[in-house]
Design a protein around this ligand. Structure first.
Ligand code: AMP
Length: 227
């Protein structure tokens, strides 16, 4: 049986925001503050998965980054913040994406072992083994380039795959490049720039517009000043 909630928490008329721990949570806090909302517990030290705020009408769900679009799509959360990387894999169905928040910025790139000649392999039409969590993005990228690839789906630590011969290349998000360098990998091609976006449940946008709109407006204003 599939249970689909159209708008989360609608009986109470409250709002539920889905966030992931780490950079997205930290970078969203100033945007929430600009809307007068303070999260009252730190997800790094609290074991709670639903965090209260100073506004009894707003609560924050802490979920895995890749689950944020799913919670919002099904209305278990009214709105959320998710990276473009995650949204491209999810497909964005049922989600309204009004604002690029310009937070948690990074890039999606191809990386290989330092000794691997990626350019030659591509030029010679070699079939590449590519390990990634981002299979849709990777498939589209290599299809556009006309490069034949065997995609290997991983759920974490993509950097390990070329080191142990599981793949020739990885597609992963890169921020400082420190993780690649520490593992003797080289970024050989940027696929796209990534930042996090606000996503809103389409039904919530209509039914809870009065409560949501001021928060969306505050996020939009505050995000214009983010780098
Ligand atoms: P870095 O060493 O700074 O290049 O960070 C790379 C690692 O951190 C990668 O393995 C990513 O999984 C993760 N990472 C960095 N920035 C982000 C981001 N904005 N969104 C998601 N994951 C990130």
């Amino acid at each position: 049986m599939t249970i689909t909630t159209k708008t989360g928490n609608s009986a109470e008329g409250g709002l539920i925001l889905a966030l992931s721990k780490g950079r997205i949570f930290e970078d969203t806090l100033p945007l929430l503050e600009s809307a007068g909302i303070t999260v009252l517990e730190n997800p790094e030290s609290s074991r709670k998965l639903i965090l209260p705020t100073n506004d009894p009408g707003v609560r924050v769900l802490i979920v895995r980054a890749s689950d944020v679009p799913t919670y919002v799509q099904h209305g278990a959360a009214d709105f959320g913040v998710a990276g473009k990387d995650v949204l491209l894999e999810h497909g964005g169905e049922g989600l309204y994406q009004p604002i690029d928040l310009h937070i948690a910025s990074c890039r999606m790139s191809v990386a290989t072992n330092a000794g691997f000649d990626y350019e030659s392999a591509v030029r010679q039409g070699a079939r590449l083994r590519v390990a990634t969590k981002f299979v849709n993005t990777a498939r589209e990228h290599f299809a556009r380039k006309g490069v034949h690839v065997d995609l290997i789906k991983l759920y974490g630590s993509m950097e390990l795959a070329p080191l142990v011969g599981l793949s020739d290349a990885i597609v992963d998000v890169v921020s400082t490049g420190g993780t690649l360098r520490a593992n003797n990998l080289v970024e050989v091609e940027k696929i796209m720039d990534i930042s996090s976006r606000l996503v809103v449940n389409q039904a919530a946008l209509k039914l809870k517009r009065e409560r949501l709109q001021p928060i969306l407006d505050a996020f939009e204003r505050a995000s214009q000043t983010q780098g």
